[in-house]
Design a protein around this ligand. Structure first.
Ligand code: ASP
Length: 341
């Protein structure tokens, strides 16, 4: 049997940097020299090739155009490769990986995002473990089929479904969490695979890549004291087509008449409003409290237990399709890639 072929896609971020020994500054190193930087990669039982996006960046500068560029690299190498590892800055990794999960429909191969808190050239780096285990996971096969058939993030001994993750720590190696869905794989002495939790794609359908994303969207986080003129101005923006409304607790919001009327007027303009909780764990249950009953009545979409990162990228993805308000609601409230339950 031939060895699995893995493509490493470099997009930038701390992982691909090394300290200039003279100045001490962090600089992106030439990724073609990866195997010299990490000779351990030669010991892995797979064939590794590397490719970069045109201009690798700090992930704070990621845009939907970069997401399309990554999707196109995957599309170009999809038949040839058995798995993909995307090296990406951790700051916006959950957004990019969530977006890719929606853009890559009927995926049957692993797309593993990883990065690191310390550069690969640093003595105490977490990059080596993250990279080596990500490649091993991307190469995992059983009966000629990939074990992981979805977009995932591997960081600090855990593989999570990408669209369930959030970056919660700018300091610790354990930078990500997935509080509404269990880890897919935990790395210890062995790779402990949670088979139950893995996404089961429809194997009969061909990969379908969606490259159009609609960015006429915004995220509005409620807070006590939010002012009527400011929120009215936000909701009245001319090109707005979708809003992620981050509400309190189980999807609760202020019950003032002006606020409900503002939501109603916005919905009537054809703008979709999704109710997503500010809490990292738990569900939106509209109607559980009096403070969310009106939201349900006027027709807000429930984000259930979706993360904000997945919510906004799902909005961009679904808005690019021409759906009636009702079709849009049904699609949004349905789990498309395991992003909500
Ligand atoms: N600022 C960096 C980035 O997101 C941090 C990292 O790589 O983890 O690109």
């Amino acid at each position: 049997m031939s060895k699995p072929t893995i493509l490493l896609i470099y997009t930038g971020g701390t992982i691909g940097m090394a300290k200039d020994p003279k100045t001490g500054n962090l600089r992106a190193f030439n990724f073609d020299n990866l195997l010299t930087k990490i000779p351990e990669l030669n010991l892995l039982d797979c064939q590794i090739t590397t490719v970069s996006i045109q201009a690798p960046i700090d992930s704070s500068n990621m845009t939907p155009n970069h997401w399309v560029e990554i999707a196109e690299l995957i599309e170009h190498h999809y038949e040839r490769c058995d798995g993909f590892v995307v090296l990406h800055g951790s700051d916006t990794m959950s957004y990019t990986a969530s977006a890719l999960s929606f853009m890559l429909e009927n995926l049957t191969k692993p797309i593993i995002f990883t990065g690191s808190q310390l550069p690969i050239g640093d003595l105490r780096t977490d990059a080596k473990e993250n990279l080596i285990t990500s490649i091993q996971i991307a190469a995992l096969q059983q009966k000629d089929t990939a074990v992981v058939q979805e977009v995932a993030i591997y960081f600090e001994y855990k593989l999570y479904r990408a669209n369930r993750t959030t970056k919660i720590n700018a300091e610790h190696f354990e930078a990500f969490t997935s509080l509404n869905y269990p880890a897919l794989i935990t790395s210890g002495v062995h790779l402990n695979i949670n088979y139950e939790a893995l996404f089961k794609p429809k194997l009969t359908q061909k990969l379908n890549i969606h490259k159009t994303l609609n960015t006429n969207v915004t995220i509005v986080k409620l807070f006590p004291g939010i002012s009527k003129p400011i929120i009215t101005a936000l909701f009245s923006l001319p090109h707005l087509e979708g809003i992620i409304l981050e509400t309190f607790g189980a999807g609760n919001a202020i019950t003032n008449k002006w606020f409900i009327e503002l939501l109603q007027a916005t919905l009537q303009r054809g703008v979709h409003i999704v109710n997503v909780t500010q809490c990292l764990q738990g569900h939106v249950i509209m109607g559980q409290y009096e403070t969310s009953t009106q939201l349900k009545k006027i027709g807000l979409i429930s984000g259930h237990n979706i993360t904000t990162e997945a919510a906004v990228t799902k909005l961009m993805y679904l808005l690019s399709k021409t759906n009636t308000p009702n079709e849009f609601r049904i699609a949004y409230e349905t789990s498309l890639r395991g992003e909500l339950s």
